[in-house]
Design a protein around this ligand. Structure first.
Ligand SMILES: N[C@@H](CCC(=O)N[C@@H](CS)C(=O)NCC(=O)O)C(=O)O
Length: 216
């Protein structure tokens, strides 16, 4: 049974899933859809009416939400690198970190970039300021988290790192990191050197010139 992913190389949440799939060389077919494109969304809106990507299909089953998709793949495919630890408490820690990368990096980044597409009078200046403040807190939090460990949840690469790579790549453009965050920068280098992350992030590069990614 084939895995089909509705997603796009430039979509941050799709990148999280690409990294997980590349990490264990799990074959899949990418059904490329442009995020926010109404015509494209009609191809998967029957599966997920929120019209957000990524959406995965596997036989008769369909799943949405990037973290859930990664967990599904991790559960159902024999893998070399488990992205969720077997131990239930360790798995909770990974899920918590994954939520932090989504909610305090990716969502604020979406807010900042999304706002730049709006007409002047529609813009949400306060919302963008809050998103930038959240990113600054997230940088400080992450710098401490990775001060003495290789990956977000310790010594094993996990779902949390799959979320961290697109988050840090995009944040580096919108909110360039100050040099004082040396642990974070070293962690980011480790992520960017990892084959699965490199592949997913490089695939997004050609699309970046289409997006308003200037530093805030
Ligand atoms: N919580 C969702 C977020 C998905 C999401 O926001 N995807 C963006 C692309 S990165 C999207 O589909 N945007 C289209 C839109 O907002 O219309 C997940 O983890 O998959």
């Amino acid at each position: 049974m084939e895995l089909t992913l509705f997603g796009h190389p430039v979509s941050l949440f799709s990148q999280k899933v690409f990294i997980a799939l590349y990490e264990n060389e799990i074959p899949f077919t990418l059904h490329e859809v442009v995020p926010g494109d109404e015509r494209d969304a009609m191809q998967y809106a029957h599966l997920w009416p929120f019209k957000r990507i990524p959406v995965l299909t596997h036989g008769a089953r369909s799943l949405a939400e990037s973290s859930v998709i990664v967990e599904y793949v991790d559960l159902n495919f024999p893998v070399a690198t488990r992205l969720l630890p077997e131990d239930a408490h360790d798995a909770l820690e990974v899920r918590m970190l994954d939520r932090a990368f989504d909610n305090y990096f990716l969502v604020p980044l979406q807010k900042i970039i999304g706002d730049r597409f709006l007409e002047e009078q529609q813009r949400d200046t306060l919302g963008v300021e809050r998103a930038l403040a959240t990113l600054d807190i997230a940088y400080t939090w992450l710098d401490q988290l990775v001060a003495e460990q290789t990956w977000a949840a310790g010594n094993e690469f996990s779902l949390a790192d799959c979320a961290a790579a697109p988050a840090l790549a995009c944040a580096a453009r919108i909110r360039p990191t100050q040099h004082e965050f040396k642990h974070l920068l070293a962690y980011r280098d480790r992520l960017f050197d990892r084959q699965s992350c490199k592949k997913a992030l490089e695939a997004a590069e050609p699309y970046h010139r289409l997006l308003p990614l200037d530093p805030a």
